[in-house]
Design a protein around this ligand. Structure first.
Ligand SMILES: NC(=O)c1ccc[n+]([C@@H]2O[C@H](COP(=O)([O-])OP(=O)(O)OC[C@H]3O[C@@H](n4cnc5c(N)ncnc54)[C@H](O)[C@@H]3O)[C@@H](O)[C@H]2O)c1
Length: 313
């Protein structure tokens, strides 16, 4: 079935792999990548690209009309660590981009939206282990506040205006194709690059900082399955909890050491430690399993092998 898809923020860590996965599935010409900057050579060569600012409603509307877009994946955002440095810019980008896309759907110019939330919606008073789908949230970061507000608006637009918006709370994502864009879990990607380049890494989070994480292939599979799910089966229109694995920096270091025995890890926590300390250590994602058969495939060992294999090439 042919459908026309627009990805906004397509050149980032997730967008790059999502664009290529959707192009493989729906055809290169059917998936329009867009961003405020150009992406990797592989992404740019694989299909249409538009320079597009997610905060510019008219510009998005023009692209939507020109390509007769049916589905929008909104990946543009300012991430947790950067947002603490630029609170108002983060709020404006994260919220206005979402309103632009929600309003296009409300006005029936597009049919379906994917918008990612994050484990950052949870805060220091949230139960830390097996964090439930519905629980006390109270996020304490600029980024988390924007994601929680976004979730409330998504559910509101679904209930009030029948907007088909779908969302997951991604944990920290580990990938090798594109570097991460300023989050608190970036260490789990940097560590592989440094292990191969320098045989040592200084981690900006302390030993014992256990966070929920996921390999990118699982994140892309989750995103595509949720978007393909029967709408009747979706009981959550704010955002689904999503889990795969959970570990601290010392566990990833010992997994790397099993392949590269010379690898040495040291710790020098910075401002990101406080952000990490406010987040859950594991996630209860039963609702996603029940509603759309979510099942992760990558644990830490498999992720480590995959990362090292691909980065060595
Ligand atoms: N990567 C993770 O670990 C993670 C975890 C949880 C949630 N998320 C969420 O997933 C989404 C994508 O994250 P990511 O890791 O790919 O981020 P990223 O920072 O790697 O990519 C974001 C992209 O958006 C683009 N962008 C920035 N401002 C823009 C604007 N005004 N208009 C258009 N594009 C703009 C950037 O150029 C960049 O290519 C975000 O909503 C993020 O909050 C990511």
């Amino acid at each position: 079935m042919q459908k026309s898809i627009l990805i906004i923020g397509a050149c980032g860590q997730i967008g790059t792999e999502l664009t290529i996965a959707l192009r493989e599935k729906y055809g290169n010409e059917a998936v329009i990548a867009s961003d405020i900057r150009e992406g990797s050579d592989a992404l740019m060569a694989s299909g249409p690209f538009e320079l597009l600012d997610a905060t510019d409603y008219e510009a998005i509307e023009n692209v939507v009309m020109y390509y007769e877009i049916e589905e929008v994946y909104l990946m543009a955002a300012m991430l947790s660590a950067t947002a603490e440095k630029f609170p108002m810019r983060a709020w404006n980008l994260n919220m206005n981009s979402l309103f632009n896309v929600l309003n296009l759907a409300k006005d029936k110019k597009i049919d379906k939206i994917f918008w990612p939330s994050s484990i950052a919606v949870f805060g220091p008073n949230t139960p830390k282990t097996e964090t439930p789908q519905h629980t006390l949230m109270e996020p304490s970061t600029v980024y988390g506040i924007s994601k929680q507000s976004g979730e409330r608006w998504c559910e509101y637009y679904f209930k009030k205006f029948d907007v088909d918006v779908r969302s997951v709370r991604y944990p920290g994502l580990i990938s090798w194709k594109t570097l991460p864009g300023g989050g608190t879990t970036d260490y789990a990607v940097e560590i592989f690059h440094k292990a191969l380049e320098d045989k040592k890494y200084t981690c900006f989070l302390a030993e014992g900082t256990i966070l929920p994480m996921m390999f990118m292939d699982d994140a892309i599979r989750a995103t595509v399955s949720l978007m393909e799910a029967n709408p009747e089966e979706l009981s959550i229109r704010s955002s689904y909890n999503l889990g795969a694995m959970t570990f601290g920096p010392e566990e990833i270091a010992s997994n790397i050491k099993a392949h590269l025995p010379e690898f040495e890890m040291s710790y020098d926590p910075d401002f990101r430690q406080a952000i990490a300390d406010s987040w859950p250590s594991s996630i209860d994602d039963n609702q996603a399993k029940l509603d759309w058969n979510w099942k992760p495939e990558f644990d830490l060992e498999k992720t480590t092998k995959e990362m090292l294999k691909n980065l060595m090439n």
